[in-house]
Write a protein that binds this ligand. Structure first.
Ligand SMILES: [Fe+2]
Length: 310
């Protein structure tokens, strides 16, 4: 199965209007809307990456882009996916749906026509004590408002059976564990894993899927790439001014190394921006760590309780 990238997430939400307002303030762009649904994209050139339909609060599906139509055929014949169907979402394309051991729907999609990427804001040119790059030339200012987002990068899932879920993502989708964590003193009892997409020598994000053992099956967070720390800090102030609730950050994860900023949507799902993630390829050797020795935020000694509170 040749997975290319994480493509989308789908939800059911009780208050379509309020959730759409949050997502637009967060930086997503509406491409289709009605009283009963909306579909959104980042500015990075995807046709869409996030959709919601009116309903009880719930996480409906995650989706991956595959390399070829034959990957969809393979998913049907080898892994029990639903029949290949034409997608009705922006950009068209084809898709199938797998069901993982915890009942989560995992879509595989192919052949979606992307949108025109937005222009990036002028890059920051930093003057540090060791390296001066800007002379008599003020830093460009950027407009106050939502962050420009460039792609859906990763998501975190709560799972009831860590072992079965990790095996499914490894064997069915071919994901690789970049780092995992076990309970204190018991290396055989893994409870958390960061999985990346296997693209061989090609460089990929440290993780596209994060799994955490829990007493429930649900989404923990979704994460979108922003341009840089400046964009994250500006978006943080913007979201505060719009009355939304921060959850955790701004901080930096030691594993994966990205700078994160996490917010609650109206249904208390976590939406994260990230920048400066580690890139890995098939030369990476899986790390296995004692959870008690690993901080979740390199910039803070606060326990990560708020991050896993519900
Ligand atoms: Fe994350």
């Amino acid at each position: 199965m040749a997975i290319r990238s994480l493509h989308h997430v789908s939800f059911t939400v009780p208050d379509i209007k309020k959730t759409r307002q949050f997502a637009e303030d967060f930086g997503l762009r509406t491409v289709e809307k009605s009283d009963d649904h909306f579909i959104m994209q980042t500015g990075g050139g995807d046709a869409w990456c996030y959709k919601a339909e009116r309903g009880e609060r719930g996480f409906s599906a995650l989706g991956f882009l595959v390399d070829d139509e034959s990957d969809l055929e393979n998913a049907v014949s080898q892994h029990g996916a639903s029949e290949i169907c034409k997608l009705e979402t922006p950009g068209g394309g084809l898709g199938v749906t797998l069901t993982n051991p915890e009942g989560l729907k995992v879509d595989l999609v192919y052949g979606i026509e992307g949108d025109t990427p937005q222009e990036v804001q002028p890059e920051l040119r930093l003057n540090t004590p060791a390296l001066r790059t800007r002379f008599a030339d003020p830093q460009s200012t950027r407009p106050l408002g939502p962050a420009a987002l460039y792609r859906l990068g990763h998501l975190g899932l709560y799972v009831k059976d860590y072992k079965a879920s990790a095996e499914w993502f490894e064997k069915t989708l071919g994901l690789k564990i970049s780092d995992s964590m076990h309970i204190p003193g018991k290396p055989d009892h893994t409870v958390v894993a960061f999985l990346r997409i296997d693209r061989g020598e090609e460089w990929v994000d440290h993780h596209s899927v994060f799994l955490a053992q829990s007493d429930k099956t649900d989404l923990h967070h979704i994460s979108f790439e922003a341009q840089d720390f400046e964009a994250q800090a500006r978006a943080h102030r913007w979201l505060l001014s719009r009355g939304w609730e921060p959850n955790w950050g701004i901080g930096r994860h030691p594993l994966g190394c990205h700078v994160f900023d996490v917010w609650f949507d109206p249904d208390r799902y976590r939406f994260e921006t990230f920048t400066d993630t580690d890139l890995l390829n098939d030369k990476h050797e899986t790390g296995h760590h004692d959870i008690s020795t690993h901080e979740m935020d390199a910039w803070s000694s606060e326990p990560a309780e708020a991050y896993f509170a519900d």
